[in-house]
Design a protein around this ligand. Structure first.
Ligand code: ASP
Ligand code: MG
Length: 445
């Protein structure tokens, strides 16, 4: 069994949508996880905010836009006949549900249900399409399978049990389809896994089924070795280890949801990134093997805040770091990078929502300095100890750029550098030039 996840751009036009059965047909037996058509979740999110702000007029105009998009989409997909009528009826029903939700007082649950309509619409359309082709398949409703507990963790035992039961009900069936991103919460209401969460759905499903492979179908030829929006000559990376992919997904590569590598890694299921616009391209394979072939890719994450706490009391003292960490824990704010000296500690966060309270509390332990508009540039690869000199290439590339913080050695898979966001572009270009264009580092022994 394989798990195939198709992202929003892979299903975003009627032509691409029509191509799905062919792509799926090459990979069966498969569980197909679908995202909403590209642009839909953004719009639904804006609709939910409009309701929260009491702006019903804005909600109404966004809904009218969605209605137009789907009417045109369904028409281009099916044109006429019974299936066209069924698809039209079905999309209108879901869009009408949005109107009903808008009529009641705003709540978090209503907002989640609004967001969920995108995936319900796209899977409904795929259902109609497969039916029109006479293809045998079974439809699975993701909120029955993916259930979060009160801490927001997915109940893996429930997923494994219910999914296997569902599959066993249709022994000859080769195609199962379900929604990415949506789930139910501990109270039984429809909920989501957070933006970009369809990758995570696919990885969770692949893990419990011990799938042969989890394929993430998107609109690029895999994970690129640098940010294609900044650097011109980026290339897809053919193979990454789980650890490398994890760092890249977390520190900025947009192709993968940051949490999606972990479930696959735990059960050792290969993940493959494929391009719907170029299905013959090999894409990027993410698996357990570490090939030791040095530096693989560079990625960057913006919107980082750096905090430095300087304390003379830290000299020879213990318990200082614990107190600092406890402040972040109290405000549920994750720390990304950290570096310490004898008298001070620097760390970074990307969620600034509780920064004022955090800064206030930290002042009890020392002098606090805050730098905003920082970016983390992360160089990922296999920096094994027996390969001396690899890190030197990174520093050589950045010799003219002020670096605020460096983190190396947490794993042997990345060097992270913190710099001002205004220097990010220069840094990415310099690293690219130095690591991937000028030096044949991939082949250094
Ligand atoms: N449709 C959702 C989003 O846009 C989930 C996903 O595509 O992964 O965030
Ligand atoms: Mg995505």
């Amino acid at each position: 069994m394989r798990v195939l996840k198709f992202g929003g751009t892979s299903v975003g036009t009627p032509e691409r949508f029509r191509n799905l059965p062919r792509l799926i047909g090459r990979e069966t037996p498969a569980v197909v996880v679908l995202s909403a058509l590209s642009g839909t979740t953004d719009k639904l999110e804006r609709m939910a905010s409009a309701l929260e702000e009491g702006r019903k007029d804005l909600f109404g105009s966004l809904l009218a836009e969605l209605e137009q998009v789907y009417a045109a989409f369904v028409y281009k997909l099916f044109e006429s006949g019974e299936i066209y009528q069924a698809a039209r009826h079905f999309t209108e029903e879901h869009l009408a549900r949005l109107r009903t939700l808008a009529a009641s007082p705003f709540s978090r649950d209503a907002a989640a249900e609004i967001l969920a309509q995108g995936e319900l619409l796209s899977t409904g359309l795929l259902r109609c399409l497969l039916r029109s082709l006479g293809t045998d398949f079974r439809y699975l409703y993701a909120p029955d399978l993916i259930v979060k507990d009160e801490d927001g963790m997915v109940d893996m035992d429930h997923l494994e049990k219910t999914l296997k039961e569902e599959l066993a009900k249709s022994p000859g069936t080769e195609i199962f389809i379900t929604q990415g991103f949506i789930c139910s919460n501990d109270k039984g209401f429809i909920d989501t896994l957070g933006r970009g969460g369809s990758d995570l759905t696919a990885s969770l499903i692949g893990a419990v089924l011990e799938a042969e492979e989890i394929q993430i179908w998107t609109d690029v030829d895999g994970v690129h070795n640098n940010d294609p929006r900044v650097v011109e000559t980026t290339r897809p990376v053919p193979v990454l280890s789980y650890e490398e992919a994890d760092e890249l997904a977390y520190f900025g590569a947009k192709v993968l949801h940051p949490a999606c590598v972990f479930p696959a890694h735990r059960r050792n299921i290969p993940l493959r990134i494929k391009n719907t616009l170029n299905p013959e391209a090999p894409g990027t394979l993410i698996h357990a093997r570490r090939d030791g072939s040095s530096i693989k890719a560079v990625a960057a994450k913006d919107g980082i805040t750096a905090i430095r706490i300087r304390s003379t009391r830290m000299l020879n003292a213990y318990g200082f770091l614990r107190k600092v960490f406890e402040v972040f824990e109290r405000y549920k704010t994750p720390i990304d990078m950290i570096s310490t000296s004898e008298v001070s500690v620097s760390l970074t966060i990307d969620d600034r929502s509780r920064l004022p309270e955090i800064a206030e509390e930290l002042k009890r332990y020392g002098m606090v300095e805050i730098d905003e508009e920082q970016s983390i540039v992360c160089v990922v690869g296999d920096f094994m100890a027996e390969r001396p000199g690899l890190v030197r290439h990174v520093f050589n590339a950045l010799k003219d750029i002020p670096v605020r913080m460096i983190s190396y050695g947490g794993s042997m898979n990345n060097v992270s550098l913190l710099l001002h966001s205004k220097d990010k572009e220069t840094a990415l270009k310099a690293l690219h030039h130095h690591l991937f264009l000028n030096r044949p580092i991939h082949h250094v022994n």
